[in-house]
Design a protein around this ligand. Sequence first.
Ligand code: DNO
Length: 347
Amino acid sequence: MKLTFRWYGKNDPITLDKIRQIPLIRGVVTAVYDTPPGTVWSRESINDLVDSCHAKGLECEVIESVPVHEDIKLGLPSAKKYIENYKENIRRLGEVGVKCICYNFMPVFDWLRSDLETVQKDGANALSYDHARIMKMDPLKSELSLPGWDSSYTKEGLRELLKKYEKVGTEELWENLKKFLEEIIPVAEKAGIKMAIHPDDPPWPIFGLPRIITDYEGIKRFLSLVDSPANGITLCTGSLGVAQDNNLVDIIHLAKGRTPFVHIRNVKNSNEKDFEETAHPSEYGSLDIYEIAKALHDTGFDGYIRPDHGRMIWGEKGRYGYGLFDRALGATYIGGLFEAIEKGSKK
Ligand code: DNO
């Protein structure tokens, strides 16, 4: 397993110089951010990204994300063009040594939280989700925006997009995902890249939009759409772990050999659909991170892991979920767990 750290490119206040000093980090997880979803990334930008990482002694083998254009998820005729662009990005990334691409198939919105600065007992600030509050929110009015969202929509653009989704239910979304995979997976195979779909966060429908990568059954169905090692998942513990019926160890066994990438974070579930993000170690949240690491080890996991969202601690201000300190602590915790499990298994 290789430990990695997310880097939002040259505008990220957490610079490569800082990342390279975090113990155990081998490489970064990053993307080209200078072009809208659906376009082909320029070779110049790709090379610049990879060269910047290498210049600091960091690998650049994981891209998160190559975003999927909404027309693909909607299954519109224009999807054809966007799928061709997607394939070209896969080829170009393969040429520079990228091994894994993380993406998601969530309509319109990526990850969602109701509160970005919940104060915890120890004074840290964390992201949290209160379902009742989310249900009362209107995305067309609310000013809430998260770092993972495409911020280029105007309210009018968003209204039109949401209208188009009125015709797309769960089954249509599955159908459009299948068509997309049938096109891109052979290209990924050739390029030496493993595609890793990110589960929906949170793993239930929001604002009336369908979400399908949410649980064991959904992942089982996903893996069977195109049965190839290049068609895999990103095991995001915090996304799947807030649905209390989800057993992460079972999911890890289900996706054995099909999990090139893992996001590790912990969450404290309060009500059925309410949760708060916590420090990474098991004792702070509802997830047993040791059991998760053990299951990954037992299933022969040999992909990339990154510590996911951290809280804001030590007075840090910055990109929600993506500060330096708590994520760095998470990284060393994860590295320690794996060292203990690996050495323990050899005794
Ligand atoms: C949130 C991230 C997601 C993820 C995308 C992958 O912090 O895990 O935004 O990058 O869903 O496409």
